[in-house]
Write a new protein. Structure first.
Length: 290
């Protein structure tokens, strides 16, 4: 399968979904790929990371006024069901990194699902994003969707819109439970919507040399033997600095030697979505780190 659309999914927040999207996007952009990011998280970490976060006024947050059309984001895509090409294009913003574009999020996105349900509008609310993505898919080499740490309508939309779901997990019991829940949701949606969809789980924030890691690798392989990939993301204070920063930081510009960047390079190489030419170019970063 030629993978072009991806999303992250995990019912837990703070597990590394946004930093995963940021790193993969920057690596793909380095490989001269045109990448669209879709930020579905009201926390807007991805929008902040790429310098596209707009602060909503109190009047907008309270629903007394609509935001200026120039600042419409993922919230309006859902609220107004913007699924046609000419409707979606104005939502796409350039970032400070060449080849990376984004449909941003903001705090008002917290109310999106509630507004959709209250409106009682007809039609399938689970395929809004999929239809929007299909309308502009030919403009990008890759489209990556970042999700909140929830199991809600936004995540369902993202899964249906994707060909590959990336599931970061941790070495803890709750992560096992969460993985089973996510995989169950993916399989159900695959059946209902006849999706050409696959998924991959990988462990984050872990030292791969520990006994604990090896034990959880065995556990996850038993749960999803064909879909777990052994490309761990090690703990790294530099990744925390990126997430905590109040200004955009290019991970390949500032932290290309950092452990977490090296690990994401190995991860994307292991996802089998790159051409031989891209893999060869990717080795140039890896060689700099050796």
């Amino acid at each position: 399968m030629d993978i072009k659309t991806m999303c992250t999914a995990n019912n837990k927040g703070g597990i590394g979904k946004s930093i995963t999207v940021q790193c993969l996007a920057e690596i793909l952009a380095f490989l001269d790929k045109k990448v669209l990011l879709i930020d579905q998280d009201p926390n807007s970490n991805l929008s902040r990371a790429f310098g596209n976060l707009k602060i909503d006024s109190e009047a907008v947050l309270e629903g007394r006024i609509l935001p200026d059309e120039k600042e419409w984001n993922i919230s309006e895509l859902y609220n107004f069901r913007l699924t046609k090409r000419e409707e979606v294009l104005p939502l796409i913003k350039p970032t400070q990194i060449e080849n990376i574009f984004i449909i941003p999020s903001s705090k008002r996105h917290v109310q999106t699902i509630k507004k959709m349900l209250i409106s009682g509008s007809s039609g399938n609310m689970e395929t809004i994003l999929s239809r929007a993505v299909k309308s502009i898919m030919d403009l990008f080499d890759y489209i990556i969707i970042d999700n909140p740490g929830e199991d809600d309508l936004m995540v369902t939309n993202a899964i249906i819109a994707s060909q590959l779901v990336l599931i970061p997990v941790q070495t803890e019991r709750n992560s096992q439970k969460g993985l089973v829940e996510i995989v169950s949701r993916i399989n159900k949606l695959k059946e209902v919507y006849d999706l050409d969809l696959t998924y991959r789980a990988f462990i984050v924030n872990v030292n791969p040399r520990t006994t604990l890691y090896k034990e959880y690798v065995e556990t996850y392989i038993k749960i999803i033997p064909e879909y777990f990939i052994n490309y761990p993301i090690r703990p790294d204070a530099n990744a925390v600095r990126v997430l905590d920063s109040e200004k955009p930081i290019s991970v390949l510009d500032k932290y290309y030697r950092a452990r977490f960047v090296q690990d994401y390079i190995k991860l994307i190489n292991g996802l089998d979505i790159l051409s031989a030419k891209s893999i060869k170019k990717l080795k140039s970063i890896m060689n700099q780190n050796n």
